[in-house]
Design a protein around this ligand. Sequence first.
Ligand code: BG6
Length: 313
Amino acid sequence: MSEEKPPVEHCKGVNGLEKVVLREVRGSSAEVYLYGGHVTSWKNDHGEELLFVSNKAIFKPPKAIRGGIPICFPQFSNLGNLEPHGFARNRIWSIDNDPPPFPTTTSNRAYVDLILKPSEEDFKIWPHRYEFRLRVILGPGGDLMLISRIRNTNTDGKPFSFTFAYHTYFSVSDISEVRVEGLETLDYLDNLQDRARFTEQGDAIVFESEFDKVYLSTPAKIAIIDHEKKRTFVLRKEGLPDAVVWNPWDKKAKAMTDFGDDEYKYMVCVEAAAIEKPITLKPGEEWKGRLELSAVPSSYFSGQLDPQRVLQG
Ligand code: BG6
């Protein structure tokens, strides 16, 4: 029996930038801009937006879109002479019409394949040849999956190293009602204290002020519990040992030109990443990093919010 392929629409988004809309039969959807290879929308089957995008986001190169899922490559953060969080998030990606086979089955799923290769200008700032393939998949239940494959295509025999993050902005009802589970007792680098290393104490993470930490060697699953919305986001990741948790809070929010003064209340970034130990690829080698996001009603857990069950399941 032949299966009907879910619709994938190519159209223009804000400022005429090209985007791809993935739709799933039960009503969920996702949008991916070629600018940045950037997922800017992920909606459940009730049409509710699950990602945060700032009302002041600037959809115009060279500014990366503030919200959604920026891709940080070839560096996370602001080290050396590369631009902060690398350049992948503000380059125009192409549709990859003929990607090498992916192991993940996509037979009845809506998906799109994008590719980024260095331009001659990029080569001057980061002197390496690579192919970065990104597949964005919307699953039948509305789950969103991103698979990145980065291959070293240098012809000079040289390896390269990079750090990476899926800088995901989740939409939340009120940051003071949010808890992140799965990172307690882990070591982290505190970006607000010159990346000093500490060990997380106590219970789940809650938010009362600016927060900017890189958790190290994290488990494959992390949960974000939004008490007010009665919704739990579950992140599942592979190839991405670290996890950044960020909320700018009020002062930094005011300092960002593309972010509303109060918007910090409605977002939290939990970013599946590879930061502490950069990934090194020799010519011909390929790295893969996978992120899977699902959003489930918290009431699903027998009326009682039990994040441990989310993390164990
Ligand atoms: C986070 C970093 O991942 O991204 C923060 O940990 C940073 O330190 C934030 O402020 C936003 O970065 P940008 O470059 O998108 O403003």
